[in-house]
Design a binder for this molecule. Structure first.
Ligand code: NAI
Length: 740
C-alpha cells in the first residue's frame, strides 16, 4: 500500500470547525499529525449569538484522541486574530480551511440589506480577511494550502438563496486569482462545493439523506488538496456521498457577427443565436489568456474579410467545425510580397546580436563595406509575413484555436544567398497535417521567390495543442526532421549575451507580437516577463555556425533545422554547442544562466565547395548599380589611406547616381573630416562638390570609356569645384578614375 498522507509538523486553521464539515476536517487533520486551530463563533445558523462551547468540544475530542488542538472563538470577520491564534499556539500557519458559514435564505425580494450583508461578511469577506492574514506567512515559508468553500447554490443558483449564491460564487473568483498569485510561492488555492448532512442542511434534507451524506465523505478531498504532495491548484470540485467530480468552463465555438467596415446589429445576433449557443466542438479555456486570445483571431479574420454586400457569419475558429486534413492539405495561403532595402538585413543582423565590436560583422552591418551581405537566416523574414498576416485562419478544414498554437520547429533552405535588397514573393502551402494525439502539427511550406528565381524554402511546424485525435497519421515524409547531436563533447562552443532590448530590436524585423515586449501581455501568457522571439535565438545559433565553421561566408550556408524547446528571456546568455559531422554541423543552444536547452535537435548543413551558392542576377534586385562596386573600392582605399587623402584633398564630394533619370543612390566621400569616410546618402554637412551622373556614365568614366569633359554635368560640377577647392580635387577625381 502506498504511504499514508501525513501532516506532522503542519499547522491547520479550520474556520467554523465547531460542528458539521469543519469539525470533521479538524478531527481528520489532527488524526494525521497536524496541529489544529479549531475556530468557531458558536452562533446559530442565521449568525445570531456566540458561544465558546462548540470549538471547545471539538478541541477536547481531538485531545482525547491524542491530537494537538487549540480553540479560537472569534468571528472570521476578525481575520488577523484567528491567524494570530495559530502563531501563538504553534508558531506558524500552513493550511487554511475557509469553512465557516451561515444561512439567511429568503426569496429574492424579501432579502433585507442585513440579510445580504451578513452573508457576504461571513462567507466572502470573512474568507478574504482570514486568508489575507495568513498569506504573507505562507509566502515567506514558500508553502501554503487554502480551501474555499463554495456551494452548488452558487454554481447553479438555487431558489431562495440569492445572497448566499452570490457570496459562494464570489469565493470561486477569489480562489481563482489567489491560485495565480500564490503559484510561485507554492501556495495552492482550491475550491469545493460540498454536500453533507449538517445543521445547515437539516431543514432542507430528509433524515435518511442527512445520515447518508456524511461529512466524512467530504473530508478526504480536503485533506488531499492540502497535502504538500498535491499539485492541484485552482481546481473546483463537487463532493459528497463518497463521490468527487471536477468542474471546468466550457465555451461554444461561437460566431463572428461583425463584418469589416459594417455595423454589428442585434438582428445578426438573433440570426446566429443557434450557432452562438452550439456546444458541439466546444472549447474549454483554462486561463484568461486562453479565453481572450481568440479575440486576436477574430480581429484578423474580420480584417482579412473581403467586404461583400451580403453579410454572413464566420465561425470563430475557422470556416468549418472540426479538423479536416483532407480539406486543408494542399491549400495555399494568399501570396505575400515583401519589398526591402539594405536597411532590413542590417536591422535583422542587429536583431540577432551582430555588433560592430566584431570586425567580421561589419559586412552584415554596413552597406558600404566590402562584400556587404545578408545573413542567410534573414530568409525566414519574408516567409513569416504570410503567417503573421493571419492567413492560416482562412484555410478550410483548419479549425485552429489560436490560443493553443505554438511555433514548434523551423526549417530553412537557401538556393541563392539572400539579396541585400529586393522585392520578394512568398507562396505558402499546407504541406501536411499530423495527428500527434496531444495535438496536431501543421506543416506549412513557404517558397520565396525573387522574380521567377526560387531563393529559399521554409517549413514552419505549427503545433496546435489539444487538436489531435482526429485519426490522422503521426508522421509525414514531407516533414523536415530534427536530428540529435553526436554523443561526445562539442567541437566548438559559442557564447553570446543577448541584451535586455534584444526582443525590442528583433521585433522591428516584422514580428510584432506584444508577447515579446509588453510585460502585461507576457504576464497574460503566463511568463514573468516578455520572452525573446524563438526565431531570434535561431538567428543567434545560425550565425554562431556561420562564424565558426563557414568563415562568415554566406554562400556556404545551405540549410538549417531547429526545434524550439524552451523560452529565452532578453538579457540571458545563449551558448551554442556545435559538432561537425561532414558538412553537417549539429547544434544545441542552451541558456547559460539556467542550463536549460532552448534549441534542440538542430543542425546546419553547409554547402560543399562545389555546391556553394551563387549570388542572384543583379537585375533581380530593386536597384542594383554598377557604381556600387566602385564606391566599395573607394571606401576600402579611404580606410587604407584616409589620413593622407584628407590632408591632400580637404573636400567633401557628394555623388548623385541616377538610373532611368531618377536618383538611385547618393554617396558621400568625405575627405575633409577625421581620417576620411565614405557613406551612403547626402553629405552630412555641406558638400564642396556635388556630381550628378548616371550609373552607366559613372562606370564609363571609371573605365576611361567616357571623357569627363564630355559629360555635361560632370564638366559643370568640376568647373565649379575647381573654383572651390583648387586642383587637388581634380587629382582626387583622377585618382578615382585612374584606379579603374
Ligand atoms: P455548520 O453550520 O454545521 O457549520 C458551520 C460552522 O460555522 C458553525 O459551527 C458555525 O458556528 C460556524 N460559524 C458561523 N459563522 C461564523 C463566524 N462568523 N465565524 C466563525 N465561525 C462561524 O454547516 P456545514 O454544513 O458544516 O457548513 C460548512 C460550510 O460548508 C459552510 O460554508 C457552508 O455554506 C458550506 N456548504 C455546506 C453544504 C452542506 O451540504 N452541508 C452545501 C454547500 C456548502
Amino acid at each position: 500500500m502506498s504511504e499514508p498522507l501525513r501532516f506532522d509538523g503542519r499547522v491547520v486553521l479550520v474556520t467554523g470547525a465547531g460542528g458539521g464539515l469543519g469539525r470533521t476536517y479538524a478531527l481528520a487533520f489532527a488524526e494525521r499529525g497536524a496541529s489544529v486551530v479549531v475556530n468557531d463563533l458558536g452562533g446559530d445558523i442565521k449568525g445570531h449569538g456566540k458561544s465558546s462551547s462548540a470549538a471547545d468540544k471539538v478541541v477536547e475530542e481531538i485531545r482525547a484522541r491524542g491530537g494537538k488542538a487549540v480553540a479560537n472563538y472569534d468571528s472570521v470577520e476578525a481575520g488577523e486574530k484567528l491567524v494570530q491564534a495559530a502563531l501563538d499556539a504553534f508558531g506558524r500557519i500552513d493550511i487554511l480551511i475557509n469553512n465557516a458559514g451561515i444561512l439567511r435564505d429568503r426569496s429574492f425580494t424579501r432579502i433585507s440589506d442585513e440579510d445580504w450583508d451578513i452573508i457576504h461578511r461571513v462567507h466572502l469577506k470573512g474568507s478574504f480577511l482570514v486568508t489575507r492574514a495568513a498569506w504573507n506567512h505562507m509566502k515567506n515559508q514558500k508553502f501554503g494550502r487554502i480551501i474555499m468553500t463554495s456551494s452548488a447554490a452558487g454554481i447553479y443558483g438555487n431558489f431562495g438563496q440569492a445572497n448566499y449564491s452570490a457570496a459562494k460564487l464570489g469565493l470561486l473568483g477569489l480562489a481563482n486569482t489567489l491560485a495565480i498569485e500564490g503559484r510561485k510561492y507554492n501556495i495552492h488555492c482550491n475550491t469545493i462545493a460540498p454536500t453533507a448532512g449538517s445543521r445547515l442542511t437539516q431543514t432542507v434534507m430528509p433524515q435518511d439523506l442527512l445520515d447518508a451524506f456524511k461529512p466524512e465523505y467530504v473530508a478526504p478531498l480536503v485533506l488531499w488538496l492540502c497535502h504538500e504532495s498535491c499539485q492541484e491548484n485552482s481546481g473546483l470540485f463537487e463532493v459528497g456521498a463518497g463521490w468527487i467530480g471536477k468542474l471546468r468552463w466550457e465555451r461554444s465555438l461561437g460566431a463572428i457577427l461583425r463584418q469589416k467596415n459594417l455595423a454589428m446589429t442585434p438582428e445578426a445576433v438573433r440570426d446566429e443565436w443557434e450557432k452562438i449557443c452550439d456546444f458541439s466542438n466546444a472549447n474549454k479555456p483554462r486561463t484568461i489568456q486562453e479565453s481572450v486570445s481568440i479575440l486576436n483571431d477574430v480581429l484578423s479574420q474580420i480584417e482579412s474579410q473581403d467586404v461583400s454586400p451580403n453579410p454572413t457569419s464566420y465561425s470563430a475558429s475557422g470556416s468549418s467545425a472540426g479538423f479536416d486534413p483532407t480539406r486543408s492539405i494542399g491549400q495555399k495561403l494568399p501570396p505575400f510580397s515583401y519589398e526591402y532595402t539594405h536597411l532590413q538585413p542590417i536591422l535583422y543582423a542587429l536583431g540577432v546580436g551582430m555588433s560592430t565590436k566584431d570586425p567580421d560583422h561589419l559586412k552584415f552591418l554596413f552597406e558600404g563595406s566590402e562584400g556587404f551581405c545578408c545573413l542567410p537566416t534573414f530568409g525566414v523574414i519574408p516567409a513569416q509575413s504570410s503567417m503573421i498576416s493571419g492567413g492560416l485562419s482562412n484555410i478550410p478544414g483548419l479549425n485552429i484555436d489560436f490560443t493553443k498554437v505554438l511555433h514548434g520547429e523551423q526549417y530553412l533552405e537557401l538556393y541563392k544567398p539572400m539579396p541585400t535588397s529586393g522585392k520578394l514573393t512568398s507562396e505558402a502551402t499546407i504541406a501536411d497535417i499530423l495527428d500527434k494525439g496531444s495535438g496536431a502539427v501543421i506543416l506549412l511550406d513557404v517558397h520565396t521567390y525573387s522574380g521567377k528565381d526560387l531563393l529559399c524554402y521554409n517549413q514552419f511546424s505549427v503545433f496546435v495543442v489539444g487538436a489531435g485525435g482526429f485519426g490522422g497519421k503521426r508522421t509525414s515524409e514531407k516533414a523536415k526532421i530534427t536530428v540529435n547531436p553526436p554523443n561526445r563533447p562539442p567541437d566548438a562552443v559559442a557564447t553570446d549575451t543577448t541584451t535586455v532590448d534584444q526582443a525590442a530590436l528583433y521585433r522591428l524585423s516584422g514580428d510584432w507580437n506584444p508577447l515579446h515586449i509588453d510585460p502585461n501581455f507576457a504576464a497574460l501568457g503566463g511568463f514573468q516577463k516578455p520572452i525573446l522571439h524563438g526565431l531570434c535565438s535561431f538567428g543567434f545559433a545560425a550565425r554562431h555556425v556561420l562564424k565558426y565553421f563557414a568563415d562568415n561566408d554566406v554562400t556556404k550556408f545551405k540549410a538549417i533545422k531547429i526545434r524550439f524547446a524552451k523560452p529565452v528571456f532578453p538579457g540571458q546568455t545563449l551558448q551554442t554547442e556545435m559538432w561537425k559531422e561532414g558538412n553537417r554541423i549539429h547544434i544545441q543552444t542552451k541558456v547559460k544562466e539556467t542550463g536549460s536547452v532552448a534549441i534542440a535537435g538542430a543542425y546546419v548543413d553547409l554547402a560543399s565547395s562545389s555546391e556553394q551558392l551563387v549570388a542572384k542576377e543583379p537585375s533581380a534586385k530593386v536597384v542594383e548599380l554598377q557604381s556600387d562596386l566602385v564606391f566599395q573600392e573607394i571606401g576600402r582605399r579611404i580606410k587604407e589611406e584616409g589620413n593622407q587623402l584628407v590632408k591632400k584633398v580637404n573636400a567633401v564630394f557628394q555623388w548623385n547616381i541616377t538610373k532611368d533619370d531618377k536618383t538611385a543612390v547618393q554617396w558621400t566621400i568625405d575627405l575633409k573630416n577625421g581620417s576620411g569616410e565614405l557613406y551612403q546618402g547626402p553629405a552630412r554637412g555641406k558638400a564642396d562638390t556635388v556630381f550628378t551622373l548616371s550609373d552607366e556614365d559613372f562606370l564609363g568614366l571609371v573605365l576611361g570609356k567616357i571623357n569627363p569633359q564630355k559629360v555635361h554635368r560632370i564638366n559643370a560640377a568640376i568647373s565649379k569645384h575647381l573654383l572651390l577647392s583648387g586642383l587637388c580635387n581634380i587629382r582626387f577625381s583622377s585618382w578615382i578614375f585612374k584606379k579603374w
